[in-house]
Design a protein around this ligand. Structure first.
Ligand code: MIC
Ligand code: SF4
Length: 645
């Protein structure tokens, strides 16, 4: 039987498991990346595993999230990451290099290879034909040490793109259309492959935009073929030698097929507060805009910025709008400054931010109270911007620039034509801000710098067979990891300080939760709905609940990365067999969970509501390997046990 692109890469990297649905496959990982909001923890975990040097072909530590530095915390964490990277064999991309996914695409991603990153948008590199997945820091630490990365064997979805994009309709609108079709949980357990003449006509950065927001579908990852466009992009980056072709076999079998005629698309927007709340821009009516933010790992390529510059050229941003621009990398910024487009952007009144995540993760630029913000980003979860009652719309750079000029949400098709962007034959390549690690002889002499913000990791209690504990919190569907462990300028600097972070757990959902959890001596359970833990890969959304005493999370369904993070932390991820069972539990009820050890991965456990006497049979749908991790009390303990054996 023919193979899909993902199946080819999986087969070439298979270390463990069989390629059949229902099971788990363990993959050899060629490259890893970390960013600074999750990286500190990942390197602490790597150090904790006692492996002196990384065993990957390439590992890169980026500094892009925590760049506000309002206090010593971020700079201390950067010094830690810089020194631990140098010692451990990891390349260090200094602050100012750009957003990890954009820089990795430009400088390091290789078709046909595997990449995991401690960031959910790592699939961006799927645009170049790389099998790139987001994971928690513990999984990155294991992969850096040469261990396999495990995923549930994915289902295959093919999205065939036909036709040609109309003017001012973009790659962003394609992925927003896919989100409209599939929703924020429609990609869970799937790898999405793009095909057809419409896919072939897209450049690598356009493909990367689409793969980037595949994370919002919950997909394991997304992939484009590696073809002539891929070779041209790599050649322009001075990396043609990294090219290998990738295409599915003609008789490859897909579990699901979707076709989108690009000619029928129009500019779209994801409306507040979910990336799948899609509406055509033309139908939104006259919505006044307070802020427009252009950038993020979704839309910060040279092509995106050139389109924005062309639209802004010779015009002035509307008086009521604050327009911010964050180019995705120093390469993009340098080329914009050399070709004059930056002058057009600045002359329009745009506010230039550094090449980093910035407003996307709430690090500055929070909109005004009740404000409307248009962003070319990938997530518009309630409160993520830093303003609890702001409404964020996700749109293309073209829609963003058009709206910044008029002051209201504007269909860019109303604009005069702009010059077509032609990808340069060579990008401005300069890797002088990516520091190579020390060699094997120098490495042991390097002192790792540890600031006072770095606190020890919480470790799980040994697994009991039965637990009688309160339901500490009950939540609804689509709870994001931003709900569980918010980010933003106030909290993000404490990503290496779990005790401090714990005060903010579920802050926007129920500010009393941390105190309630701490008051329960033996801890308790969380009850949730569908797609629990969607969004960010932050393992803090598991480590902080662990610190607060959460022993099991019992929900209708999980997002992939968060479920893996719960197991790695040592928290039981349980699923109700009948979603309506969640209705039989109220917050505060005392619950007895029994048959835990026998139930790990094999048949139901028993959950008794001591208030009503009702019994439920949730399942722990995990692999034997994950059952062993839970039995060991989480991944750190499991790795140590394995090393001792
Ligand atoms: C995000 O976009 O939510 C982040 C911040 O990049 C996260 C990682 C994190 O929480 O540090 C992600 O997407 O995984
Ligand atoms: Fe950074 Fe935003 Fe991309 Fe996350 S989604 S990596 S915060 S730019």
């Amino acid at each position: 039987m023919g193979r899909t692109m993902a199946q080819k890469i999986i087969e070439a990297h298979l270390m463990d498991g069989t390629m059949a649905s229902g099971g788990e496959v363990g993959l050899r990982i060629d490259q890893t990346l970390t960013q600074d909001a999750t990286g500190t923890m990942a390197y602490l975990e790597f150090e904790g595993m006692g492996i002196p040097r990384v065993k990957t072909e390439l590992s890169v530590a980026y500094i892009d999230h925590n760049t506000l530095q309002n206090g010593f915390m971020n700079a201390d964490d950067h010094a830690y990451i810089r020194t631990v990277a140098k010692k451990s064999g990891v390349h260090y991309a200094r602050p100012g290099c750009g957003i990890c996914h954009q820089v990795h695409l430009e400088r390091f991603a290789v078709p046909g290879k595997t990449l995991i990153g401690s960031d959910s948008h790592t699939p961006t590199a799927g645009g170049i034909g790389m099998l790139a997945m987001g994971s928690g820091g513990l999984d990155v630490a294991v992969a850096m040490g040469g261990g396999a990365y495990y995923i549930p064997y994915p289902k295959a979805t093919r999205i065939t793109l036909t036709g040609t994009l109309p003017a001012f309709v973009t790659a962003k609108d394609i992925i927003l259309e896919v989100l409209r079709i599939l929703s924020v949980k429609g990609g869970v357990g799937k790898i999405i492959e793009y095909a057809g003449p419409g896919a072939a006509a897209l450049t690598v950065p356009q493909r990367a935009t689409i793969c980037n927001m595949g994370a919002e579908l919950g997909a394991t990852t997304s992939l484009f073929p590696a073809d002539d466009a891929t070779r041209a992009f790599l050649a322009a980056q001075g990396r043609e030698a990294d090219f290998t072709p990738l295409a599915p076999d003609a008789d490859a079998v897909y579990d699901e097929e979707i076709t989108i005629d690009l000619a029928t698309l129009q500019p779209l927007a994801a409306c507040p507060h979910s990336p799948d709340a899609i509406a055509p821009v033309a139908e939104l009516g006259n919505i006044q805009v307070d802020q427009v933010c252009i950038g993020s790992c979704t839309n910060s390529s040279l092509a995106d910025m050139m389109a924005v510059a062309a639209i802004l050229k010779g015009k002035t941003v509307a008086p009521t709008v604050s327009l911010t621009i964050s180019p995705g990398s120093r390469q993009v910024l340098q080329m914009l400054s050399e070709n004059g487009a930056l002058a057009d952007i600045l002359a329009s009144g745009a506010r230039l931010l550094e090449c980093a995540c910035g407003p996307c993760i709430g690090m500055g630029q929070s909109p005004p109270s009740g404000g409307i913000s248009l962003r070319t980003f990938n997530r518009n979860f309630e409160g993520r911007s830093g303003t609890a009652d702001a409404g964020v719309y996700l749109i293309s750079p073209e829609t963003a620039a058009a709206s910044a000029l008029t002051g209201h949400i504007t269909d860019p098709r109303s604009l005069a034509a702009i010059p077509a962007f032609v990808q340069p034959e060579s990008f401005a390549v300069n890797d002088n801000m990516v520091d190579a690690p020390a060699g094997e002889t120098e490495a042991p002499t390097i002192q790792v710098v540890r600031g006072p913000n770095i606190k020890p990791l919480p470790l799980a209690k040994p697994l009991a067979d039965s637990l009688t504990l309160p339901a500490l919190l009950k939540v609804g569907d689509n709870i994001t990891t931003d709900h569980i462990m918010p980010a933003g300028a106030k909290i993000l600097p404490y990503r290496s300080n779990i005790p401090h972070l714990s005060q903010y757990c579920f802050e926007g959902v129920d500010p009393e939760f941390p105190a309630r959890a701490k008051a329960s001596a033996e801890g308790g359970f969380i009850i949730g709905g569908q797609n629990y833990g969607q969004g960010s890969s932050r393992e803090h959304a598991a480590l902080v609940p662990l610190y607060l005493g959460v022993r099991a999370v019992i929900v209708k369904s999980f997002a992939r990365i968060h479920k893996a993070n719960l197991v790695n932390a040592g928290i039981l991820p349980l699923t109700f067999q009948n979603p309506a069972d969640a209705d039989g539990i109220n917050e505060g009820d005392t619950l007895t969970l029994s048959g835990i050890l026998a139930g790990l991965g094999a048949g139901p456990l028993t959950l008794t509501n001591e208030r009503t006497g009702q019994k439920f049979s949730p399942v722990c749908d995990i692999s034997p390997r994950q059952a062993a991790i839970l039995q060991a009390g989480g991944m750190m303990n499991y790795v140590r046990e394995q090393q001792n054996a």
